[in-house]
Design a protein around this ligand. Sequence first.
Ligand code: SF4
Length: 372
Amino acid sequence: MKVTFPHMGHIYIPLRAFFTALGVEVVVPPPVSRETLSLGTRYAPEFACLPLKVNVGNFLEAARKGADTVVMAGGVGPCRFGYYAQVEQEILRDLGVNLRMVVLEPPQGHWRELWQGLRDITGGAGLREIWRAGRLAWRKLTVLDELEHEVHRARAQEGERGATTRAWQRILDQVDEAGSVPEVEEAARRGKVLLKALPRREGEAPLRIGIVGEIYTVLEPAVNLELERVLGEMGAIVERSIYLSDWVKTNLVLHSLHLRDDREEYRLAAPYLGHFVGGHGLESISWTVRYARAGFDGVIQLAPLTCMPEIVAESILPKVSRDVGIPVLTFMLDEHASEVGVRTRLEAFCDLLCARRRQKEGGTAFAGVSRH
Ligand code: SF4
């Protein structure tokens, strides 16, 4: 069996570690590119969410490299994610592509299915082996998320353009190559040293921008046109509302044990939105409030075009922006989004945030919402 899975940020690193530790051969799809997108948009329905199109492109590219099995997450809730795996399976079948799809349902209420799916992929691995493989994968995931926070800070003040991005790529490779938890710790230690040694430039305090929105668009740089890197190189520190390790902890672990506590999200969003709308729509509101209270300069909302939960959030954000006094810029992205268009909007947004900072220092308030 040669297993593949969709790309989403650096998730390929813990997933590769997990399956390899269980003796399963892994075929990581090539990084998301224009070719991936072009394959996905050619064969997926036009009105499908962008992540589904990218997934289809990933699977077709992985099949060319010899993958024969796709591992895909299932989903529940009011948006379309719950149907992704089934729709993707139909598309592959229509194309005559010989890829078997194993859907791992979220564990809440589906423990048996999840367990059976894992045993099916791993040829009957026992609980102890799965636990060990999971521990290695989890440590890789948490280390990368911790280091990525530092990368965002370092990039905003780097003395040499591109040095942080090169260092981050080295860190990703070293963590990917680590074969045990102690080796992951060592890779993390070296990564911290590497980031600390980067030349920094002195100057004004960097802008601080919070990123909210749909998880896939937030986490996959090829889909958001490397927005975090571009903002960092413009001198802004970026913080995300979603890191993969937090998502796994909250949605897969705490939720399954009935220990998930969303009260703070609901409390912050309550004046604007009183119920779950699927995806991360509610969190886009609560995190915007949180960023404003934490003194951030602005917020950027990212979502695929036609994303239902984020359309709900987008319609509410202008009021949130006015009430809490923080500018919000929305990008609804699809396969036609261009790097130049995104960069131009980001430059204008950063100019606006700088002007607003100066105005505030002079005693006048200012807030605005912009949509791409
Ligand atoms: S959250 Fe948005 S992009 Fe993701 S499946 Fe739901 S509607 Fe589609």
